[in-house]
Ligand binder design. Structure first.
Ligand SMILES: Nc1ncnc2c1ncn2[C@@H]1O[C@H](COP(=O)(O)OP(=O)(O)O)[C@@H](O)[C@H]1O
Ligand SMILES: [Mg+2]
Length: 363
């Protein structure tokens, strides 16, 4: 599968003599070294690929360079160095006109404070991107209405923006992005201004939409919990650099450094981890030999806890081929919540030896 989007050693420097600054950064200088002479290294050597249909989340504190990175991905900002390839096309090599065309047809952007036009109906707001493309009225209204319905706003097409709550206005923003049929959605803190419950609702809605739409999405957030809920892959930025790229599980269980680890302390592990992530892989065997409660590798952590609370036996993790691929004893569950996976050897109940615990196999 070829990547939908590729960032290759992207740099963005604001200020004087940016090329010189990039040279210094390549030789290992940091942001602080450059700041002394009034130059801001907003993005430093960022590389990643996003596959079609993936949600790629960029997570980092305010000022870490997320928005600058995102603006280079659709050509709104020209990189000081590096390349952006979108659907195989090098954006940095396009003329302004070609770039505008790609931006209006293939890439949509949803911002944090989505500015709706107050004197346009909800429908006309959602249809705005299509209007820019020159799509005839009847068709753009049809597509806008479809997108609004997808975003849970059926029935509100004729309303005015100020009749909608903040969360609903944000949905209009999402509908506008979806209506254009763009392959790539760039979302910059799109849910950050919303109240927690509405925010969660929007996250659910996006995940739900994504199941059928399968857009390629780059989603920016400063919230690691949000990153972990949404991201197929997550890049963590610090001071302009990407310090780790991986799945939610990678970030949580295998943080690249203390900085990333410090973020993960606030994450609700029970929402991220699955049986596969927490199981002891040393125990293997056949489901038929095993007298434990079983769970699939992708069983959520909270479900494992429920099983474990009812039965004292360890939970055997069984794949589709009925092989035991690991076990999760109760103390291991507790250990993962507390950030300290148990190192005690895990065992699995066997049918032959129903009284005591016997290992099926210990690799
Ligand atoms: N147009 C600009 N001119 C100068 N500095 C900028 C500009 N845009 C962003 N910056 C600086 O670049 C750094 C990264 O900013 P930004 O990409 O907005 O971070 P984030 O979105 O993670 O909050 C910040 O120090 C910011 O002040
Ligand atoms: Mg920003």
């Amino acid at each position: 599968m070829s990547a939908m989007l590729e960032a290759e050693h992207l740099y963005k420097v604001f200020g004087r003599r940016p090329d010189e600054a990039v040279e210094r950064l390549r030789q290992g200088a940091g942001r602080d070294d450059l700041r002394a002479d009034g130059t801001t290294a907003a993005v430093i050597d960022a590389s990643f690929t996003v596959d079609p249909g993936q949600i790629f989340v960029v997570m980092g504190l305010s000022g870490s360079g997320k928005s600058t990175l995102l603006r280079m991905l659709n050509g709104l900002l020209e990189p000081t160095a590096g390349h952006v390839r979108f659907a195989g096309q090098d954006l940095t090599a396009l003329t302004d006109r070609e770039l505008r065309d790609v931006r209006s047809r293939k890439i949509s952007m949803v911002f944090q404070h989505f500015a709706l036009f107050p004197h346009r109906s909800v429908r006309d707001n959602a249809a705005y991107g299509l209007e820019v493309q020159g799509v005839p009225r009847a068709e753009r209204e049809r597509r806008a209405d479809e997108a609004l319905a997808l975003c849970g706003l059926a029935g509100w097409e004729g309303s005015w923006p100020d009749e909608l709550s903040g969360g609903m206005q944000q949905r209009v923003g999402l509908a506008r992005a979806l209506a254009t049929d763009a392959d790539l959605l760039l979302m910059d803190e799109s849910f950050s201004a919303l109240d927690p419950l509405i925010r969660r609702d929007m996250q659910d809605q996006l995940l739900q939409l994504q199941k059928t739409l399968k857009k390629t999405i780059v989603f920016i957030t400063h919230d690691l919990n949000e990153a972990m809920r949404l991201g197929d892959r997550i890049a963590v930025m610090r001071d302009g650099r990407i310090v780790q790229t991986g799945s939610a599980e990678d970030i949580l269980l295998r943080p690249a450094n203390d900085y990333v680890a410090s973020f993960t302390q606030d994450v609700d592990r029970s929402r991220v981890l699955t049986a596969e992530a927490v199981m002891d892989r040393h125990v293997r065997g056949d489901e038929a030999d095993c007298d434990c409660p079983t769970a699939a590798p992708d069983t959520p952590f909270t479900e494992l806890c429920a099983i474990s609370a009812r039965l004292s036996h360890p939970v055997a993790v069984v794949d589709r081929g009925h092989a035991v691929v690991g076990v999760v004893p109760r103390q291991r569950l507790v250990g993962f919540l507390g950030d300290e996976p148990s190192s005690a050897p895990a065992t699995c109940h066997t049918r032959q030896d129903n009284g005591g615990e016997k290992e099926v196999a210990h690799a």
